[in-house]
Design a binder for this molecule. Structure first.
Ligand code: HPA
Length: 260
């Protein structure tokens, strides 16, 4: 029998994790290696979370310990490009704040728009361009300060840990677009002019929602491919997924190295 709905919230609360990692496309394998799993709860058991548009593609929360530190992982997210609203896309973040999470690590797969950042590498988000045309704060106007969306101090800790563990970690600006199509070469040139180093279709709305709720945020892009027009090769979703799977292992090492 399924547990009553309020029970699942209590189970997340009772885990008393301080930090959540939201895992992007192809990065789910991160929780299959290197984490001691205590409990898994499907997103479908939470009435506050949107239903995935593709049946059987629902996500889950994983309560697990990384090197002895309790963390909560969230696998599988919904995107604007599936037809979800900005509120629906950020429901997980509100739920996490509600169960006591204070620090949020957002991960994503992104195309590299910076010739110095090769596919397979990771980039720490220092800032973002929200180019989705929407906001999770619509309808309840809150003039949230976004001077430091991604925590400078926390980001510095990750960079330091990466240096010590000899993991390549770039830093840059992430452009979040609506999708679902990849960009044209002209759009990529425009985005580079605007200051983008990485381009993707998630993360920015979750980061805005998290800051509105007072959470500390860190963001990481797994650079899965050269953005359109940067390499002369066409983009493929399969390439994005396989690069993500390989890079998940180095992110797992980075998380471990950066833990207190
Ligand atoms: N563009 C947008 N989103 C992406 C890309 C890209 O090149 N790669 C992975 N997600």
């Amino acid at each position: 029998m399924l547990a009553p709905m309020n029970d699942v919230l209590e189970r997340l609360r009772a885990w008393k994790a301080e930090t959540t990692v939201i895992l992007g496309s192809g990065l789910g394998s991160l929780v299959e290696a290197g984490i001691d799993v205590a409990e898994r709860i499907p997103h479908a058991q939470f009435t506050a979370l949107p239903e995935p548009k593709v049946a059987g593609h629902g996500g889950e929360f994983v309560c697990g310990q990384l090197n002895g530190t309790k963390m909560l992982f969230s696998k599988g997210r919904v995107h604007l490009y599936e037809g979800h609203s900005a509120r629906a896309v950020t429901a997980t973040v509100r739920l996490l704040a509600d169960v006591g999470i204070r620090r949020l690590i957002l991960t994503n797969a992104a195309g590299s728009a910076n010739p110095a950042f090769a596919p397979g590498d990771w980039m720490l988000l220092r800032d973002h361009l929200n180019l989705t045309g929407t906001s999770p704060l619509l309808g309840a106007p809150e003039f949230v300060d976004l001077t430091e969306v991604y925590s400078l101090a926390w980001g510095n800790q990750f960079l330091e840990a990466a240096r010590t563990a000899r993991i390549s970690l770039h830093e840059g600006v992430y452009a979040g677009l609506l999708g679902p199509q990849y960009e044209t070469p002209a759009e990529v040139r425009m985005l580079r002019t605007l200051g983008a180093d990485a381009i993707g279709m998630s993360t920015v709305l979750e980061a805005i929602q998290a800051r509105a709720l007072g959470l500390e945020v860190a963001g990481f892009s797994c650079l899965t491919n050269w953005a359109a027009g940067m390499s002369g090769q066409p983009l493929s979703h399969a390439e994005v997924l396989t690069t993500g799977q390989t890079a998940a292992a180095s992110f797992s090492r980075l998380l471990t190295a950066a833990l207190p």
